[in-house]
Ligand binder design. Structure first.
Ligand SMILES: C[S@@+](CC[C@H](N)C(=O)[O-])C[C@H]1O[C@@H](n2cnc3c(N)ncnc32)[C@H](O)[C@@H]1O
Length: 624
């Protein structure tokens, strides 16, 4: 039994090491076509004559499709060179062949035609692309089942067979929309079984459709909903995204626009507008001549779903100098709401769920966003030095000091004792535990005057928000524990901050005659048994439209009851009580401007992850 278990763990570890999208990109492309519906995108991204577009290549189809909108230029970049080789091949086919021949090769995988013409086609490839295509010509035997995405399809095809869905697939091929919907209803039960199988195996399948774990965690969209969207909500007859996987070819009516006969010569004559780069998009500065022109459309697909706030800010900041002031940044997400804290305070033209409002044919993304981005938050992430010895010492203190104070009923004395030995190393140790703090700080709008950091501990937040402090009128840090507030005072002295006051006080006793624009409560509500009173007090002292920024541990729906009990048992010794009502109460009293729930691990405790939330809640007296 033990050997089986270890074997399983080893297999799982090796599988995860080998099967991830980053290891895939060394060998080939993932996507043989662009998984973005240009009909929706062109409208929402407001593509028009004379755009200068920066975009990500992926399957390359939309680079070609966007040519139909008569842009001045399209710079397309991808960190997987094979995606660019694929676009080069599509361009070379169009450049060198008549519509008939190009269509036969791309739509019907006419391999003989491809081989017969390869010497002409390959003249239009760069040397490295040519070399790769010489080795990989066989791809064109069956173009629609190429790229790593094909394995996802084979998995589905197997279950189509097992579940007896092949007759349905055959009938769907020529069905009008009404018949398509009837067929869906008739086959709904089997389709739902297929969806459940996909759901069950989703962790293993996601890499093959280019979805890393971080992105998969952004929503709990069940494949049932995805199948409903593509097979019931939208006509399948022009859904070239999936048609080609089910039937192995495109048709003259069901193919990307650039391949349609009437568009072919426009595309052919405008290919010179496309420039292709292999790199991270943040390195676009290496290629872009700023004097020549700036981008007015930046199309980022869903790739920010793979990134954290710091990475997103770095990337966008490197692009912004190359964009016009009115440039539209466009992206999609697997999340149903805009999920990135650092993009919480920019101005949006569109930030919406895709279904039911826009209904794209891909059906896999859940939200779409178009925004102007001129400035992003500047947060100073502190770097702390702490030896392993001290780390372990703090870890042991957090466990044993509460046990020694089990019968200490005086809250202040408990907190003083609890933090006495930890305060000095608190910031360094908790950096790897309080995962919501940094994104919380990214999500705040810092155009404020009076700030309260409630139960603010060692005042480490002032280190993060240093770039903004001189713009504030005053910051007040309140904490019940003397050792913690002493650390805050040291920081104020260290940075010579004249407008920061530190007060050792119970949050329940603060001066309620003062008013604030911004109140930050980071990982403290769960330590305050009278948490609802604290929320009431913050509501009272916050100015109308002021921001309450809160981060803390929480539970999420996927957790078992027993897991929740276990967490609260562990946390009990640290005076922490996770209570789902915190969020319910916050959201009932304030307007929620931004909220995100994620999972984070604990230092030195392998395999256990606890959910946490961070959110911006706005006081709105109109709701009173
Ligand atoms: C987990 S720490 C978080 C500190 C800091 N906000 C941070 O993000 O690192 C919880 C803090 O809440 C403080 N605290 C607990 N109960 C309090 C109360 N009733 N009034 C004020 N502070 C309190 C503790 O002293 C401690 O500094």
């Amino acid at each position: 039994m033990y050997i089986y278990f270890c074997g399983f763990l080893l297999f799982y570890y090796l599988y995860n090491k080998a099967i991830n999208i980053y290891s895939f990109i060394n060998n080939s492309y993932i996507y043989n076509q662009s998984w973005e519906d240009p009909d929706i995108d062109k409208k929402l991204y407001d593509l028009k004559d004379n755009n200068n577009i920066l975009m990500i290549t992926t399957g390359g189809d939309n680079v070609l499709n966007y040519l139909l909108n008569n842009p001045i230029s399209i710079d397309t970049i991808d960190f997987n060179k094979h995606q660019n080789y694929l676009l080069q091949m599509k361009m070379a086919l169009i450049k060198s062949l008549s519509w008939n021949d190009c269509f036969d090769i791309l739509a019907y995988s006419d391999y003989n035609k491809f081989l017969n013409n390869f010497h002409i086609i390959s003249q239009y490839l760069t040397p490295s692309a040519k070399l790769w295509w010489i080795k990989n010509k066989y791809i064109m035997k069956n173009f629609h089942y190429s790229g790593y995405v094909q394995y996802f399809y084979y998995f589905i095809k197997f279950y189509i067979y097992i579940l007896g869905l092949q007759t349905y697939i055959n009938k769907l091929k020529n069905a009008d929309f009404n018949t398509q919907q009837k067929l869906y209803i008739e086959n709904k039960n089997r389709l739902n079984i297929l969806a459940n199988i996909l759901y069950y195996f989703s962790n293993y399948l996601c890499p093959f459709i280019g979805v890393p774990q971080a992105q998969a965690e952004l929503s709990d969209l069940h494949p049932r909903e995805w199948l409903y969207r593509i097979l019931y909500k939208k006509p399948f007859q022009n859904n070239y995204f999936y048609y080609s996987y089910l039937y192995g070819h495109w048709t003259i009516d069901c193919c990307p626009d650039y391949l349609k006969y009437n568009n072919y010569s426009i595309i052919k004559n405008n290919l010179h507008k496309i420039s292709i780069y292999t790199d991270n998009i943040e390195n676009i500065y290496k290629y872009k001549n700023i004097i020549y022109s700036k981008y007015d459309r930046v199309i980022l697909l869903d790739h920010m779903d793979w990134m954290n706030n710091t990475e997103i800010i770095k990337e966008l900041n490197s692009i912004i100098p190359y964009t016009t002031n009115d440039c539209k940044f466009c992206w999609k997400s697997f999340s149903f709401k805009q999920p990135f804290a650092c993009l919480n305070n920019i101005s949006y033209d569109v930030s919406s769920v895709i279904f039911p409002f826009y209904q794209d044919r891909v059906g896999m993304y859940n939200s779409i966003h178009v925004a102007s981005i001129n400035k992003l938050p500047t947060i100073d992430i502190p770097i702390y030095n702490i030896s392993s010895f001290n780390r372990i010492k703090i870890f042991l203190y957090t466990i044993f000091i509460p046990l020694l104070n089990l019968f200490q009923k005086n809250k202040k004395k408990f907190m003083d004792n609890y933090y006495k030995y930890q305060a000095k190393y608190y910031d360094a140790y908790r950096l790897k535990l309080l995962h919501g703090k940094l994104p919380l700080l990214y999500s705040i709008n810092y155009k404020v005057s009076d700030v309260l950091i409630l139960a603010g501990g060692t005042g480490d937040i002032i280190e993060y928000i240093k770039p903004y402090i001189n713009n504030f009128n005053k910051i007040t840090i309140v904490d019940i524990s003397q050792p913690m507030i002493d650390e805050a005072i040291l920081k104020v002295k260290k940075y010579n901050l004249k407008n920061v006051e530190c007060i050792c006080q119970n949050a329940l006793d603060i001066d309620t005659t003062k008013q604030y624009d911004l109140i930050i409560i980071s990982y403290s509500l769960t330590m305050i048994p009278e948490w609802s009173n604290v929320i009431d007090i913050t509501y009272k002292i916050l100015k109308n439209k002021g921001q309450l920024a809160v981060a803390d541990f929480c539970f999420d729906e996927s957790q078992y009851y027993i897991t929740k009990l276990l967490f609260n048992f562990i946390f009990y010794f640290s005076y922490i009580n996770i209570n789902p009502l915190h969020l319910v109460y916050l959201q009932s009293k304030f307007d929620t401007k931004f909220i995100r729930i994620q999972k984070g691990d604990f230092p030195y405790i392998l395999g256990i992850k606890c959910p946490y939330y961070y959110g911006i809640f706005i006081k709105n007296i109109d709701n009173d």
